[in-house]
Design a protein around this ligand. Structure first.
Ligand SMILES: NC(=O)c1ccc[n+]([C@@H]2O[C@H](COP(=O)([O-])OP(=O)(O)OC[C@H]3O[C@@H](n4cnc5c(N)ncnc54)[C@H](O)[C@@H]3O)[C@@H](O)[C@H]2O)c1
Length: 320
């Protein structure tokens, strides 16, 4: 697909970050956009921004949908059909995701499964729900967002990252398997897997809102213990200090990234135009991919991280 003008794109997680940037860039190129999110205030802002930038007559629809809930996903699909008065879509960006579910051993099982369900089942349910509408298009493309954690399952030797990585590996494997499946059974539908490095988005802040609820306290004690073990908070720190540190880290993740959400969206859209199935986003993602491929046995050792640090290629703890 060389041109997005006059097409219809469905984007999950369009309220923020790369999803919002994709929606804005596609709208500016004359594409209709249907997007969903669970954070409705963010979603409304995305609609406002898209409508400002969209060419005349384009339809931007927003929908509240939790992608980890199959009934809600099917309702979202039906709502897209009505809002855009169509039986087909041309692009599906399975982008929604959260960070969380660090340790399988010690972590909170509910958080682990919520992270896995959003990052994996969100992609699977949306792919299932929208597949008939992609097939009904003359020329369609499914774009599934994995991560560098879809080929490297860690943030470094001292940080467990199990739910997110397991889900992102699943997204990558599913997408790769669809290449042959589509080639045989729906040759006019293409598929890409997106593997971003560190991108400047509010994912850490949004994940906190989604996992813990607005201002929720469930994991405060766990965060406190983690910060104490890392020596970055005093033993007598108040709950307010812990909350502020969580917020500060979320802002740091957003504000100190080598690649912005807008740059990431432009790279993703170029990859779609060029029909690349494998879209690495950011120099850090390219470097990491090369290093893991060159020495897979070393990928989880201390030396590997040292090598990345020396090259200034990886902001450990700042990755998602
Ligand atoms: N930011 C990074 O460094 C980075 C790196 C690699 C991969 N990714 C992946 O990129 C994708 C986009 O993330 P981002 O960085 O733009 O973060 P973001 O938080 O800015 O955007 C993700 C959006 O998904 C939404 N969302 C979360 N759970 C949802 C659910 N259950 N149903 C519907 N919407 C939901 C969030 O509200 C948010 O608007 C995610 O899949 C993420 O895992 C991000």
């Amino acid at each position: 697909m060389k041109d997005f003008g006059g097409k219809l794109a469905v984007i999950t997680g369009g309220g923020s970050g790369m999803g919002r940037a994709l929606a804005r860039q596609l709208a500016a190129e004359g594409c209709d956009v249907a997007t969903c999110d669970v954070l409705e205030d963010n979603l409304a802002e995305t609609k406002r921004l898209c409508e400002q930038e969209a060419s005349q007559g384009r339809v931007i629809s927003i929908h509240r949908c939790d992608v980890a809930n199959e009934d809600e996903v099917n309702e979202f699909r039906d709502a897209v059909q009505s809002a855009h008065n169509t039986d087909h879509i041309d692009l599906l960006f399975n982008n929604a995701g959260i960070g969380g579910g660090a340790s399988f051993v010690d972590g909170d099982r509910e958080e682990w499964e919520r992270t896995f369900d959003i990052c994996w089942f969100g992609v699977y349910y949306c792919a299932r729900a929208f597949m008939p509408m992609l097939r009904a298009s003359k020329d369609a493309h499914m774009v599934n967002t994995s991560s560098v954690n879809g080929f490297w399952a860690t943030l470094g030797p001292r940080s467990a990252h199990s739910a997110y990585s397991a889900a992102k590996f699943a997204v990558k494997g599913f997408s790769e398997a669809l290449i042959t499946d589509f080639a045989n059974n729906a040759p006019h539908v293409k598929v890409s897997v997106v593997m971003p490095g560190h991108i400047g988005t509010s994912i850490a802040i949004n994940s906190g809102r989604i996992i813990r609820g607005n201002g929720g306290e469930r994991n405060l004690a766990r965060s406190r213990a983690r910060f104490q073990s890392l020596g970055i908070i005093e033993d007598d720190a108040t709950d307010e200090d812990v909350r502020e540190l969580i917020e500060q880290m979320g802002r740091g993740f957003r504000d100190n990234a080598p690649t912005s959400a807008a740059q990431a969206a432009a790279i993703i859209l170029d990859g779609v135009r060029e029909e690349r199935w494998r879209i690495l986003v950011g120099d850090d993602a390219h470097r990491l991919d090369e290093m893991v491929r060159a020495a897979p046995e070393d990928a989880y050792g201390e030396g590997f991280i040292e090598q990345l640090r020396e090259q200034g290629q990886w902001n450990i703890g700042g990755s998602s």
